[in-house]
Design a protein around this ligand. Structure first.
Ligand SMILES: Cc1cc2nc3c(=O)[nH]c(=O)nc-3n(C[C@H](O)[C@H](O)[C@H](O)COP(=O)(O)OP(=O)(O)OC[C@H]3O[C@@H](n4cnc5c(N)ncnc54)[C@H](O)[C@@H]3O)c2cc1C
Length: 377
């Protein structure tokens, strides 16, 4: 069989693109691991906010919001977003560091200034002596990542899509205008190749004969700890700190905390470093009433960035029928609905969906051509 589309990578990006393309041809969604979502998609902090990332990321997040709030009928039984809110805390004497955050307040995404006592009422696990003031963004929400990912995969399968797991593509060739992707003696053939391989996207490009776009995978560490007694974590907002990269958020009755590390590292099944966890535990005990007696669980994941921090979505300028869907950084879950639609629209119509265009996103903002010299004819 010759598929119309081969998609490498069944994380949130590949799954969203597969779902959006499902009525436009035959598709094989190919995943190296035995379970889709094993890498970055299954390791995120699961937050949605319009105010993370650079300008392009924010516009894409904005374009995803409608889908999160009103997914297509029958897509998912449970809400994809639940209200969380986010406070960004400034230490006493450094309240002015909140000014850039307050400047992002719009009627759509209101951000309110809280006094120190107000912030501590909202987040009583914070040690008050370190809370001068805080910025509160009510519109930040938790994303039901597993539900979203599974719903994309389910919709794709329902319309006849083929998910092939445990196939780590290690050879790609092109014969008679068709891609042949191979692993362990298996070959799958298709017309258009979509590279949704996350941290491995540059490696997949090289296998296909394309130039890498210079993606950098960065490790981020997270731990799960118990909240202080008498604090109900489900009522807490997510917490960021103007003087630190660390953050804390409620997670299934406990607390997730991260040092906000961004250590460049080769694409791999990344694991946390003891040192990062120890530094985080010490910081938590100094700044909050959390007593880190036992770390319930720890993990690390990769956030993969292009040089300008915007995603890389579009046909390769030099390699025919090779499409990029990569470089989602730390925002790939919240961008997935809009990027899935963007990928589908660029593949079928060579243009972005109207809503992204009217928000001001240009094809060139996402194109891999911004990093790759075009070969002269
Ligand atoms: C700690 C942490 C916190 C984060 N917090 C947030 C957040 O709050 N909100 C948010 O929106 N985003 C967040 N992110 C970012 C988000 O998780 C990623 O941007 C997103 O998951 C990327 O999805 P992906 O499908 O592109 O990559 P992945 O989920 O990594 O999927 C790529 C897949 O490609 C497969 N693959 C690679 N090479 C091959 C090959 N040769 N053959 C076959 N398959 C291959 C891999 O096995 C992998 O499953 C966070 C990330 C981390 C690590």
């Amino acid at each position: 069989m010759i598929y119309d589309y081969l998609i490498i990578g069944a994380g949130i990006s590949g799954a969203a693109a597969a779902c959006e393309l499902r009525d436009h041809g035959t598709i094989a969604l190919i995943e190296a691991e035995s379970t889709p979502g094993y890498h970055s998609t299954g390791r995120s902090a699961a937050l949605y906010t319009r105010n993370f990332g650079g300008e392009i990321v924010r516009l894409i997040n904005r374009a995803s919001h409608g889908f999160f709030q009103n997914p297509p009928a029958g897509f998912c039984d449970t809400p994809l977003l639940s209200p969380r809110g986010l406070i960004t805390v400034a230490v006493p004497g450094e309240e002015e560091t909140l000014a850039p955050i307050m400047n992002q307040s719009t009627p759509d995404t209101a951000i309110d200034m809280l006094t120190g006592p107000q912030a501590c009422d909202m987040a009583p696990l914070l040690r008050p002596e370190f809370v001068g003031a805080a910025a509160f963004e009510a519109g930040v929400a938790d994303i039901e990542v597993a539900s979203l990912h599974q719903a994309y995969l389910r919709s794709f399968k329902k319309s006849g899509g083929n998910i092939v797991c445990s196939m780590r593509v290690d050879r790609i060739s092109r014969k008679n205008d068709r891609w042949h992707i191979c692993a362990g003696g298996r070959t799958i053939v298709g017309r258009i190749l979509v590279n949704a391989a996350g941290a491995w996207a540059d490696q997949v490009a090289v296998l296909a004969g394309a130039d890498p776009v210079g993606l950098v995978a960065k490790r981020r560490t997270a731990i799960i700890v118990d909240p202080p007694v008498q604090i109900d974590p489900s009522r807490l907002p997510a917490m960021e700190f103007a003087d630190s990269d660390s953050y804390i958020k409620p997670e299934a009755g406990r607390l997730m905390a991260s040092p906000g590390d961004e250590t460049p590292i080769e694409a791999q099944d990344v694991q946390p470093e003891d040192w990062d966890i120890a530094v985080l535990a010490d910081w938590l005990q100094r700044r909050t009433f959390i007593e880190v007696r036992r770390i319930e669980h720890s993990w690390a994941g990769l956030r993969t960035f292009a040089a300008d921090d915007a995603p890389v979505v579009g046909f390769d300028p030099n390699i025919k029928d090779f499409f990029w869907l990569a470089g989602q950084g730390g925002y790939g879950i919240m961008m997935a609905p809009a990027l899935g639609r963007a990928a589908c629209s660029l593949i079928l119509k060579d243009d972005l969906p109207d809503d992204l265009v009217s928000l001001g996103v240009l094809k060139d903002d996402l194109s891999p051509g911004r990093f790759t010299a075009t070969m002269s004819a």
